[in-house]
Design a protein around this ligand. Structure first.
Ligand SMILES: Cc1ncc(COP(=O)(O)O)c(C=O)c1O
Length: 451
């Protein structure tokens, strides 16, 4: 075991040291070599050190370097050193975080994180908090609590009776709602296609003036941080209107809600604290390892009612039982990395992380605009959308940037325009990373314009 642990530490060190210099997307040869892992399963056991070496030598070169400083795809955070180290220790501890009696340390770290997060974000002090796999499951948890609360108010026990024969719930979303909300609505039996879609403005913000009149049990889903533009729905107008009519307001704040941790940017998320439930990611802007999301519900009883399990052998303690706030039972000790990230950053460090990545995004936008390319969004946060002319040339630039390997940016279609998306979400990104990436993007764009 000694040698194995030293070996994994050496290999981890080599990976971390190299990740900033290697190409960001794996080379086609490295991806091709993954076939070497696809062997017929042998009969006899194999030495763990050989297993590790196979994994590392074949697997590591085929990873996408998302923990380096030049990955700008989707919205993928890096991994803070303290969080990475905590994750390694978590692997060794192998705690089952379902119940306090299964892991007092996991349960207690979740409680501490819940308090820290509530205070950092200014959410209602007694909110229920669940530590889940990502924003999709955080949306699921928040909306499950909403479904419970609205139907309980109608005298219907949805957990016991299901939705057959239940009073209908109206669901309202903005035109630019994230796709994960539709997935969750399907999972919860609320339906993907029966939602009311409120028109959005040119930044993807739900238009408060277009909100329909609310009657009966209603959920209004608003968004803090559009996945393309970074824009925030006008929560300060929507929350009072919707909640005043008895609706439940759920916030998909996957990454954008972290703006609340920055005194300089918190104004963007004004009014979001007045909602009923909130979904966030840890693995995006907080830069903890995959997978990590957080669900908050103003009235913890609604979340517990939707999630709690009981069985004779499941002994609940006096305190907060982690499994009573999430869809899963057995699960890893996800609070560990959140605790480590927050402890290492402190309030100031978290604000710096958020602000610094936003500055890098602005620098990208300035450099691209100065070269004559069109920035399609107001760069208010860490997201940039750029067009290099028409759809074809923009697609070609994206493809060539991805192949070249210095950095990685994805593509999208934004309100009729094909665009390259640049999301700066990692603590590891430096000014030099931005400049290096910008140089490559501009060189490729100029080549393509002349081709
Ligand atoms: C606004 C928003 N909501 C939800 C999600 C889904 O997050 P996850 O992949 O962590 O489930 C994302 C992912 O980018 C997002 O940007």
């Amino acid at each position: 075991m000694d040698e194995l642990l030293l070996d994994v530490a050496r290999r981890a060190k080599r990976y971390v040291e190299g990740v900033g210099e290697r190409r960001v997307s794996p080379s086609p040869e490295a991806v091709e070599r993954l076939k070497l892992l696809d062997v017929p399963l042998q009969d006899e056991p194999m030495e763990p050190s050989t297993v590790l070496s196979e994994l590392d030598e074949i697997g590591s070169p085929a990873t996408v370097a998302t923990t380096g400083g030049r990955y700008f795809g989707f919205v993928v955070g890096g991994c803070l050193p303290a969080a990475m180290a905590a994750n390694m220790l978590a692997g060794v501890w192998d705690q089952n975080a379902a119940y306090e009696i299964l892991s007092p340390v996991a349960a207690s770290l979740e409680e501490v994180c819940a308090r820290w997060l509530i205070s950092l974000l200014g959410l209602p002090q007694h909110s229920g908090v669940g530590f889940v796999t990502g924003a999709t499951m955080a949306n699921f948890s928040g909306l499950a609590a909403a479904r419970h609360a609205l139907l309980a108010r109608e005298g219907w026990d949805v957990e016991a009776k299901g939705l057959f024969g239940a009073p209908p719930i109206t669901v309202i979303v903005g035109e630019e709602v994230h796709a994960s909300v539709f997935k969750v609505l399907g999972l919860l039996g609320l339906g993907r296609d029966r939602v009311g879609r409120v028109p959005a403005d040119d930044q993807g913000r739900m238009r408060a003036d277009a909100l329909p009149r609310i009657t009966g049990p209603t959920i209004v889903c608003i968004q803090a941080g559009n996945v393309s533009t970074g824009a925030f729905d006008p929560a300060d107008q929507i929350c009072p209107l919707a909640r005043g009519s008895g609706a439940w307001v759920h916030v998909d704040g996957a990454f954008g809600l972290w703006a609340l941790a920055s005194p300089k940017l918190a104004h963007l998320a004004e009014g979001f604290q007045d909602a009923d439930s909130w979904a966030m990611d840890g693995h995006k802007w907080l830069n903890v390892p995959q997978d990590s999301g957080i669900a908050f519900v103003r009235e913890p009883g609604h979340l517990r009612a939707a999630m709690a399990t009981s069985a004779a052998y499941l002994i609940a303690g006096e305190g907060r039982e982690p499994a009573h706030y999430v869809p899963e039972s057995s699960r890893r000790a996800r609070g560990m990395e959140i605790w480590a990230a927050l402890r290492s950053l402190g309030r100031r460090g978290l604000a710096d992380l958020v602000e610094c990545t936003c500055r890098h995004a602005s620098r990208f936008a300035e450099g691209l605009e100065a070269a004559g390319y069109q920035i399609l969004n107001d760069v208010v946060l860490n997201q940039v959308l750029v067009s290099f002319g028409g759809a074809d040339i923009t697609r070609r630039v994206i493809q060539r940037v991805q192949q070249e390997g210095t950095c990685w940016c994805g593509g999208t279609e934004w309100q009729g325009h094909v665009a390259m998306r640049i999301s700066v979400s990692s603590w590891a990104t430096t000014e030099e990373d931005v400049q290096r990436s910008l140089d490559v993007i501009l060189r490729i764009a100029s080549d393509e314009a002349q081709a």
